[in-house]
Design a protein around this ligand. Structure first.
Ligand code: GUN
Ligand code: ZN
Length: 430
């Protein structure tokens, strides 16, 4: 008989999208829940005592009143920017030129890329993140490095080679043809291998010529099972630059659309300053947007319209955007999403925040039938949250009105000390 593991605690259950329906109808917490794991997958979720009775040979870990959640899914990151996170004083374009591009050049050394990829995944696992969707740098070795590091840790991952053929240092530029050829070879090497998925990755219109965008649009048409990730409408200066570079385009999104870089498997990071036509097209095509709140305040980009875009049923994920974002933590990211909601007059409930960081992000990456929810048959990526992890949180938790009030305190004030355990494909990792 196969080894079974039973986790007992308070389990988080999803039954719909709390941004589109009421959170009370779609998210619940079972105070005496259990999750049964076998063969890297969740076999059953239900009442802890009943599962224990039905599976007496299962190895039990009792987390008492800690919260058993799906592992966090960070839907937009740049692992190569790990070492320059929290760099001071610049807005997007200057920040890229001064901090980001020089660091990304360093990853041309495959040994350094391997070191950073491992360091990044260890840091994020310690923060409860079990899956990321990452940009690499322009070198294929930097893509291999993150896929290999994830495979070593048994993690589900999405990544892609960042393509740039203008407005970047020579050492960071490819060409339309080499971007196509290298990305194609990487798709053949990684797409669907183990727990890996490939995202075709033009960085953004300012650093890709129309020829390169067209080549990557053609590549995506040949590999429609891949995701396509890029940046869209993050800062006003960036949007003005795109208008200068492509004056005939109707708007920023059109610079992608005209090359076939739009569709249900498109994932656009930021998307803050959208025109009505852009949000209409995103909504019609089923493309996903990724909200990166710590980045949007840190680089001074603006306030994402979560309520307006979610009301249009656009799939939305949540992300740190490391290293534009100022934290590796999805807890800190949920807190920042709450703060941005407040600044827009639309505060998110704790149930909505934690759904965004798990099932919502998984949905944006088309992984919602594999990860992001504690469901039988899903992969057993699970994060255990201690709801009283510091004296400051414990005193607030002891004064909580109800379980959601208690969870909210940890989402707002928690850090890696709140991560009691992390399970990846049914193995305990942290
Ligand atoms: N736009 C293009 N590249 C980047 C990047 O690396 N980070 C952020 N935040 N925005 C970008
Ligand atoms: Zn980004």
């Amino acid at each position: 008989m196969k080894q079974q593991t039973l986790l007992l605690g308070q389990t988080l259950n999803f039954n719909g999208n709390p941004l589109e329906e009421s959170w009370e109808d779609t998210v619940s917490i079972d105070s005496s829940g259990g999750v049964l794991i076998e063969d890297g997958h969740i076999r059953a979720v239900g009442n802890g005592a009943e599962l224990r009775k039905a599976h007496p040979l299962a190895q039990v870990t009792d987390y008492a009143d800690a919260l058993i959640c799906p592992g966090f899914v960070d839907a937009h990151v740049h692992y190569p920017q790990t070492a320059i996170i929290a760099s001071w004083g610049k807005r997007l374009i200057d920040w890229l030129n001064l901090y980001t591009f020089p660091e990304e050049m360093r990853l041309a050394d495959p040994a350094y890329a391997t070191e950073i990829a491992g360091r990044y995944l260890d840091l994020t696992l310690a923060h409860g993140t079990t899956t990321v969707c990452s940009f690499a740098t322009i070198t294929p070795q930097s893509v291999d490095a993150i896929f290999e590091a994830a495979a070593l840790r048994g993690q589900r991952i999405v990544a892609g080679k960042t393509c740039m053929d203008r407005n970047a240092p020579d050492g960071l530029c490819d060409t339309a043809q080499s971007a196509y050829d290298d990305s194609k070879a990487l798709i053949e090497r990684w797409q669907g291998k183990g727990r890996a998925g490939y995202a075709i990755t033009p960085r953004f219109t300012p650093t890709s010529t129309p020829d390169q965008l067209a080549a990557l649009g053609a590549l995506w048409a040949e590999h429609p099972d891949c995701l396509m990730q890029t940046h869209l409408s993050e800062q006003l200066d960036e949007i003005a630059w795109v208008r200068e570079l492509v004056p005939q385009a109707r708007d920023y999104l059109d610079t992608y659309e005209e090359h076939g870089l739009i569709g249900a498997r498109a994932v656009y990071g930021h998307a803050i300053h959208l025109t009505p036509r852009e949000s209409d097209r995103i909504s019609e095509t089923g493309a996903a947007l990724v909200h990166c709140p710590t980045s949007n305040t840190f680089i001074g980009s603006g306030l994402f319209d979560m309520a307006g875009l979610a009301a249009r049923r656009i799939p939305i994920g949540l992300a740190t955007d490391t290293g534009g974002g100022s934290s590796f933590s999805m807890l800190r990211t949920m807190a920042a999403a709450y703060e941005i909601g407040q600044l827009r007059g639309a505060p998110l409930h704790a149930a909505q925040l934690i759904w965004l960081a798990t099932a919502g992000s998984a949905r944006s990456l088309h992984l919602h039938e594999k990860i992001g929810t504690l469901n039988a048959g899903f992969e057993a990526d699970i994060t255990i949250l201690d709801l009283a992890s510091t004296p400051a949180i414990a005193q607030r938790a002891s004064n909580a009105q109800n379980i959601w009030d208690m969870v909210f305190a940890t989402l707002m004030m928690g850090d890696d000390r709140a991560i009691k355990d992390v399970w990846v494909a049914g193995q305990r990792r942290v």
